[in-house]
Each structure stands twice: as structure tokens, then as C-alpha cells.
Design a protein around this ligand. Structure first.
Ligand SMILES: [Zn+2]
Length: 191
């Protein structure tokens, strides 16, 4: 059963779908990332794509794709096998209806992940844009403090408070606040 599941997935696939938006940095056949299991400043989590093993030099966690899936979802190995087998429609003695339900559930999960990844990208782009606007505003106000009739100064003064507020949300807001901030940034682009 484990070998059968293996033909349907890999650690890097599981990583990408469980942590959409977390960057994997390729060096040869190894992929490095910021460890999803502990807080760190530099990536010490590595996936060996040939051996299909992962290891974190920071917190010491590691193993194969089943250990990875089990750790992400806080399952024992047996339950991890059961869930993945069901997801890929590999559970024996499934009725046609159960098989159809498993495939449908998998499709929905994949769509949700895809949407998630798109949202992560949208928030990231809006955050950069907002920080950029904040820098520009500060620059304009430092250089042209006295020229209150210049259009860019008027623009900077009119938007300073709002942009700083959104930049704060991007820096220390909850994911949902950051999404709200991204929507606001999208809105100001269309003004
Ligand atoms: Zn770690």
C-alpha cells in the first residue's frame, strides 16, 4: 500500500500543497525551505528529492513522505497511510460510490489549495506595493516638506495615514487582516 501511494505523490508535492506559498530553494536534487515545524531565520529544512527523505537541521525532525504527512496532520503512521490511500482512491473494497466521493474530495482539496496559493501571492504583491508607497511618501515629504502646492506632496499628505495604517497591518496583522489590507491596496490602485 505504501509503495502504491508513493507512485501518486512525493514529499515535495505534499510540501507544496500543505504549505502553499512557502518557497522551496533548489540546490541540485535538494530543496531547502524555512522549516514549517519550528521558527527560524535561515532555511535549515531540506528535502532530498532522490532519496525522498526530509530533514531539519534546526529541530531535528525528518523521515519519509509518510512521516512528513503524519507530522503535518499530527497523525500516527497507520492513520497517515489510511488517509492518503483514501485520498488517492487506493483503499481496497471501495464501492464505486465511495471511490467517487474520494476523488471528489481530493479535487475539492486541490482547488482549495490552489486558491490559497493565489491568495498568498496576492497578499505578498500588495504588501510590497504598500511598503513601496510608504517609502515614496516618506521620501516626498522629506524632500519637499515646504512645497505644499506640489501635486505629489498633496498626494503624499492625503495618503500618508492610510498607507501607514495598511503597512502596519501587513507587518503585524493576522492573516485575515492582511487579506483585508491587500483588498484595500487593490482598491486604491483602481481609484
Ligand atoms: Zn525544523
Amino acid at each position: 500500500m505504501v509503495d502504491e501511494i508513493k507512485t501518486h505523490t512525493s514529499i515535495e508535492d505534499l510540501f507544496a500543497r500543505e504549505f502553499p506559498g512557502v518557497k522551496l530553494i533548489r540546490r541540485g536534487h535538494r530543496l531547502w525551505a524555512w522549516c514549517p515545524f519550528h521558527q527560524e531565520r535561515t532555511p535549515s529544512f531540506v528535502i532530498d528529492t532522490i532519496k525522498q527523505r526530509f530533514h531539519c537541521f534546526g529541530c531535528g525532525t525528518g523521515g519519509d513522505f509518510l512521516d512528513f504527512y503524519a507530522k503535518v496532520h499530527n497523525l500516527d503512521t497507520r492513520e497517515a497511510i489510511r488517509q492518503l490511500a483514501a485520498e488517492y482512491g487506493l483503499t481496497r473494497n471501495l464501492t464505486p460510490q465511495e471511490r467517487k466521493a474520494a476523488l471528489q474530495a481530493r479535487k475539492e482539496r486541490e482547488q482549495a489549495k490552489e486558491l490559497d496559493a493565489k491568495l498568498v501571492e496576492t497578499v505578498k504583491a500588495a504588501r510590497l506595493e504598500c511598503f513601496d508607497a510608504e517609502r515614496q511618501i516618506h521620501q516626498i515629504l522629506i524632500t519637499h516638506e515646504e512645497d505644499l502646492d506640489k501635486p505629489e506632496v498633496i498626494w503624499a499628505l492625503a495618503n500618508k495615514a492610510r498607507v501607514e495604517y495598511l503597512a502596519d497591518l501587513f507587518t503585524s496583522g493576522t492573516p485575515s487582516e492582511q487579506l483585508q489590507a491587500a483588498i484595500a491596496v487593490r482598491g486604491w490602485q483602481h481609484e
